[in-house]
Every structure is written in C-alpha cells, then in structure tokens.
Design a protein around this ligand. Structure first.
Ligand SMILES: *Cc1c(COP(=O)(O)O)cnc(C)c1O
Length: 496
C-alpha cells in the first residue's frame, strides 16, 4: 500500500518513505491510498489479545512494506513494562454511567504522546534502513509542551538520529518545561522561542520546505523528518489504542461485540481524534466523534459552520497542549471528505496561508457534520469539572481531559444521546498540578513544582509518577530563548 500527498496525489511514497520524509515536498501530508478494513470476524478475533498483539494487527495493515518480524520488533521495543506503568499499556476507568476514560498517559512522560512517540523511533529506524540507508535523520519538532518531551524521551540516544525541539517560551506548564530542559542525550536539544505554538509549527514547516537548508543537509548525508503528528508514523500508533479500547470494553463485558460507542477527544492539532476517525473507517463501530476544544475554539466553529477562521484572539489556557489555532491534521480529514480532491485542498490551504480563512463546500460540511460534533469549554468550567469528578467518584483528571469530559456532558444534555462513550484522557493530572490543585483543595498552591506534586499526593491519595518526581535530581541543560525569526539559524548551528 502506498501513501499519497493531500496536495498532490501523484506524489506517492511507501510507508517507510512517508515516515522518513514526514511531510511531502509541496507541503501536503501523507495519507494511505486506500484505508484497510477489518471484517467483523477479524475485529472479533482481536478480543482477548494483548495490547502488543492488537498493535501488530493494526500496524501490519498500514505498514505493508515492513515484515511481520520488523513490526513485532518495533512494537515490543516500544510497549513494555519498562516504559509503561501498566501491563495493558493504556487503561480504562469507568467514571459514571456509560462513560469510560481511556487513560493514555501511563508512559514515561505522562502524556498520551508517549503512545506514538515510544514507537516512532523504532519505525523511523526501520524506515531509514529501507528508504534512505546510511543517512542521518534530523528530526525537528514544534511543541505545545507534551510532544517535545515525549519525542526527546523516544529519540534520546537513538543512533543515526538528531533532534531539535522548539517550544513557546511562555506557552508550556512549569512541569513541561522542566521535563524538556533537563533532557539528557547527546543527540537531542531544546530551544525556547518568543512566540506561541503556531509560530513554532509554522517556523518548522518553513524550514522543512526551505530548498537551501535541504541542499545543506544533502551535502552532509542528512535528511529532515518530523516527530509531529504531521508524520504518518505518529498517527498510525494512535489508531491502535482505539481498536484496543473497543475490544477491551468487550473483554470487560461493558459492551457486546458490534455495539456502537461514541468517542470524545480533547483536541489541539486534530491528530488524536483523526486516529479515532481512521479506527471507525477500519470497521470499529464508532458513532459520533466529539471534538472538544478549550477557549481556542476554532474547531468548534469550523464543525458548526464549515468555515475555518484563525483570525481571532489566541488564549493561553490551563490546557496548553490544545492552545492551537492551526490544526494540521484537519487537512487529512478534509482530503478524505472532499473525495481526495488535491486541487481543492491546495486552494483551501493556500487561502489559509494568505487570509487565515477558508470555507468548505456544502457537501464537505454535510459529511463533516455526519461524523463530528464540536464543543468547547473555558478554564473555569474545566476546573469545576475536575472538582466534580473528584468529589463524586474520587477520580482525578488533568485539565485537558476535563475539557473533554465537560464537552461530552454538554453534548449528552443537548442531544439526549447517552451512547456509551470513550473519552480520551490525555495527560496525568500530575503534569498540571498548578491547575489541578485549586480544583481539589483550598490549601494555597505552593510555588515549587515538587511541593505541588507532594500536596496533590496528600490531597488525592493517588501516587505521583516516578519519572516526574525524579526530575528534581536532574540538571538543567537548556536555557535562554530566541526570536521566532532565528529558528532556521538555530537549525544550521545544530547541523554544524
Ligand atoms: C497533544 C495533546 C492534546 C491534543 O492532541 P492533538 O492530537 O494535537 O489533537 C490534548 N491533550 C494533551 C495532554 C496533549 O498532550
């Protein structure tokens, strides 16, 4: 199976090629030419299998140029109890009637990004050997906080790779920053920029498509790639956990085979919810895909009106990983919904670059609304939701997850659709102590992040992740920040 670019269908590559390249030369994203489908019998045969077995079944459908041994090697290297604190890799907590929180934060950096970024370095290594043997891969990352650390943790010490992570100086939580600036590993570095996440992402995309830098790399025997969710190798591991969650609910006798479930996802770059869409297209009985946003609600408006308009205020919220106005992966969805019309996608995304706005056709809007529902909530409603879940169920969730819980509650209230729902829980509450503590205690929040974790432990009784507590012992390796216009220079510096 080959992959094609959303902006030029004639640009075709293998799965390995898509993973090495990250993004197509003309700026489009790679998508599978045809979507693989599980028959009901094939889906049912996954019930009772381990996470790794389910992962192999899904990945082998998409990575057809990988051997089954290669896939098994990648999967077992990534998903094991050395890196994840639960043997199931992800976990499901039933919190109230018909509501299942799919905890995707049991990996080394305590956010759902680990689900993909523990696997990506393995996929990258195998792909390099196939598509670009002997070259060194230079991975550039733009992060709103969680991707950066997860990518660093995945790639640190991986031979044949170098990584540079850009993050918005004032756009990440204290814990997220601490996680990044203390990262060890000769081949990885971190750089703060004076700007927001969109500036970082736009800057990285510009560097990727800069012919002069590309030429410099070629001379050095290097090639660029991406660990952001524009890379297909980031998305495909995320499809796995929706397939795994559905079959786990059958194992736990919460649903019968064939029952429909809704999925609600706290959304930023649209990668996680797009993976749920792909799982649905593969045959998992998913009903509505509920897209939850914070106050940066560009996606809510888009789903409701068919008009994407990023000309609006940018807010820094308590769910920083969703503080995004340009959701890259929407491009993949629109390509599918628009009947793979690459010319139309080129036009819309040229309009987005020029005017910050595009309007989809009535047909595309109708298809969008048949699958997706959008909703948003502000910081205060998220805090109130954390408080309420803790008071009612003793369950502690982070602010991103709280946004999804709240949006789902509103959806049920407005529509009466009480279909059982999987809600993606995307981060450990310990990553965001500063916002979680005020929701669950009146004790003033201490300044020191480790004192915050200790207080949260006392108040909640939930154990603090060892990987976060261990940061206290680590030295800070990266300080200072640069203007957003200096990003290309920073990359050149690293290459030298
Ligand atoms: C990245 C992230 C999100 C947003 O996921 P997308 O795939 O970008 O939509 C939500 N919550 C947390 C905690 C994240 O780290």
């Amino acid at each position: 199976m080959n992959y094609q670019s959303t902006r030029d269908r004639s640009a075709k590559v293998s799965a390995a090629g898509a993973i090495v390249q990250g993004i197509s030369h003309e700026g489009g994203l790679f998508v599978p030419e045809t979507l693989p489908v599980f028959t009901p019998e094939e889906l049912q045969s996954l019930v009772g299998l381990s996470y790794n077995e389910k992962a192999r079944a899904v990945l082998s459908r998409f990575l057809t140029d990988f051997t089954s041994d290669e896939i098994a090697h990648c999967v077992d290297g990534a998903y094991n109890t050395r890196s994840f604190d639960t043997p199931g890799i992800s976990a499901i907590s039933k919190v109230g009637d018909n509501r299942y929180l799919l905890e995707l934060w049991h990996g080394p950096t305590c956010a759902f990004k680990d689900m993909a970024l523990q696997l990506l370095p393995y996929l990258m290594k195998v792909s390099m050997d196939k598509a670009a043997p002997g070259t060194e891969v230079v991975v550039l990352v733009a992060t709103s906080g969680d991707t950066g650390k997860a990518a660093l943790a995945g790639f640190a010490g991986v031979p044949g790779t170098r990584m540079l992570v850009f993050y918005p100086e004032d756009g990440v939580s204290r814990m997220q920053k601490l996680q990044m600036v203390t990262q060890e590993g000769e081949n990885v570095s971190v750089c703060a920029i004076k700007g927001n996440f969109d500036d970082a992402q736009t800057g990285v995309k510009a560097i990727f498509t800069d012919p002069a830098i590309e030429e410099e790399l070629r001379r050095n025997g290097q090639t660029f790639s991406s660990a952001n969710s524009i890379n297909w190798g980031r998305l495909v591991p995320q499809i796995v956990y929706y397939v795994a969650a559905y079959t786990s609910l059958i194992e736990q006798e919460e649903i019968a085979f064939g029952d429909t479930v809704n999925v609600c996802v706290p959304t930023g770059n649209f990668g996680n919810i797009l993976a749920a869409y792909y799982a649905k297209k593969m045959g998992v009985p998913i009903g509505k895909l509920i897209c939850a946003s914070n106050r940066n609600n560009v996606l809510t408006d888009f789903i409701r009106t068919g008009v994407y308009d990023r000309n609006r205020g940018f807010y820094t919220t308590t769910s920083p990983s969703m503080d995004i106005l340009i959701s890259s992966n929407l491009e993949r969805l629109l390509f599918h919904l628009a009947g793979e019309d690459d010319a139309l996608i080129r036009r819309w995304f040229a309009q987005l670059a020029e005017t910050g706005r595009y309007a989809v056709t009535p047909e595309v809007k109708e298809k969008l609304q048949a699958e997706f529902v959008g909703g948003f909530c502000d910081d205060q409603a998220a805090e109130e939701t954390i408080h309420r879940l803790f008071a009612a169920y003793g369950y502690l969730c982070d602010p991103h997850t709280a946004v999804a819980v709240k949006v789902h509650e509103e959806y049920v209230r407005e529509t009466g659709d009480d279909t059982r729902t999987i809600i993606a829980s995307t981060a450990s509450p310990y990553k965001f102590c500063g916002s979680v503590l005020p929701a669950v205690t009146d004790i003033p929040v201490p300044e020191d992040p480790f004192a915050q974790m200790e207080l949260l432990r006392q108040v909640s009784g939930m154990a603090a992740p060892a990987s976060l507590m261990g940061l206290r012992e680590k030295a800070v390796r990266f300080t200072g920040s640069i203007e957003k216009g200096q990003m290309a220079e920073k990359v050149r510096e690293m290459l030298r």
